[in-house]
Design a protein around this ligand. Structure first.
Ligand SMILES: Nc1ncnc2c1ncn2[C@@H]1O[C@H](COP(=O)(O)OP(=O)(O)OP(=O)(O)O)[C@@H](O)[C@H]1O
Ligand SMILES: [Mg+2]
Length: 290
């Protein structure tokens, strides 16, 4: 991590593309400046992570620290391994045969690649939002209650309360509160994505993985999700895969640039986008390839 100061209290940050980025004034004493990297608790520590589809190795010795209550963006050209990398964090890849990870991935200090990991607990702790909203063919209410019923034995009243809280946190409540029995499939794309975020946060995860959550959305819906990400980061640790570099610059604290399965550069987002240290990063962010 390079030196340099990033003042978390500032309200605007400029990037090399001239985009002005809004920053939320968190005003929290626990809000350690981003350049104090080592003092910020790491939620996930990845060491020498390799990943194989059958005999085909697609991740090579990935090392990264995902900081708690921060947004880490993962960027890089198509096929460089972004989705593969974050899918390791909740071992979702194991639903498929022939996919294998080695190395270590510590979440809160425990190696989740260990065979003794309780996968149900892990997946409750590490929620995931996909590129295409995975709305279930059921009511808005049931879409959010689904995970709650899977993970908790709680009363109907408590389920209702938690559904409401999750929809409020996902900034969707006001739009759906009078139509909770309507099919989730009838919502717009942006509303569906916020419904999926509500479902993910209803079970109180600690980490939220987002794999191109806005790529199917229009600019208005995208900016709603981006605002939401900046609020959610106060409570959750977020890893965000995005092809949209302005989005990474707007919402993330740290950025990792992946290329051909390797992490070429990882730094504070502002640093990486304004003064990248690697030529490959510079070529990518200036649009020379990818
Ligand atoms: N199910 C699979 N079986 C075999 N190879 C795969 C599979 N999924 C991905 N790969 C390969 O792994 C590599 C990394 O793919 P991955 O989907 O992680 O890339 P990505 O960076 O997320 O790309 P994109 O930006 O297009 O989503 C690619 O070479 C891809 O072809
Ligand atoms: Mg992908």
């Amino acid at each position: 991590m390079n030196n340099g100061s990033v003042d978390r209290k500032m309200t605007q940050t400029s990037t090399n593309s001239g985009v002005l980025t809004r920053r939320i004034d968190l005003g929290r004493s626990s809000d350690i400046p981003l350049d104090d990297f080592d003092r910020i608790p790491s939620k996930i520590v990845v060491n020498k992570l390799n990943f194989f589809y059958g005999n085909h190795q697609v991740l090579h010795d990935n090392d990264i620290e995902i900081k708690q209550n921060r947004v880490t963006a993962i960027i890089g050209p198509s096929g460089c391994g972004k989705s593969t990398h974050i899918r390791v964090f909740n071992r979702i890849y194991e639903l498929y045969r022939d996919q294998k990870a080695d190395g270590s991935v510590l979440i809160d200090g425990e190696n989740i690649l260990s065979p003794s990991t309780d996968l149900l607990k892990l997946r409750k702790k590490v929620g995931m939002i996909f590129q295409k909203p995975t709305t279930f063919p059921m009511s808005i209410f049931e879409n959010v209650a689904y995970g709650l019923k899977l993970h908790y034995k709680i009363s109907k009243g408590e389920i209702s309360d938690r559904v409401e809280t999750a929809l409020k946190s996902a900034a969707l409540w006001d739009e759906v509160k009078n139509q909770m029995n309507k099919s989730g499939l009838a919502l717009s794309g942006g509303q569906k994505q916020r419904l999926c975020i509500a479902r993910a946060i209803a079970t109180e995860p600690e980490v939220i993985l987002m794999d191109e959550p806005c790529s199917a959305l229009d600019p208005g819906a995208t900016s709603k999700i981006e605002e939401l990400i900046m609020i959610l980061r106060n409570k959750y640790t977020i890893a965000l895969v995005t092809h949209n570099m302005q989005q990474a610059a707007r919402v993330s604290d740290y950025t990792a640039f992946f290329y051909k399965g390797e992490i070429v550069e990882f730094d504070r987002t502002k640093q990486l986008f304004t003064k990248p240290s690697m030529k490959q990063t510079e070529d990518y962010i200036t649009g020379k390839f990818g």
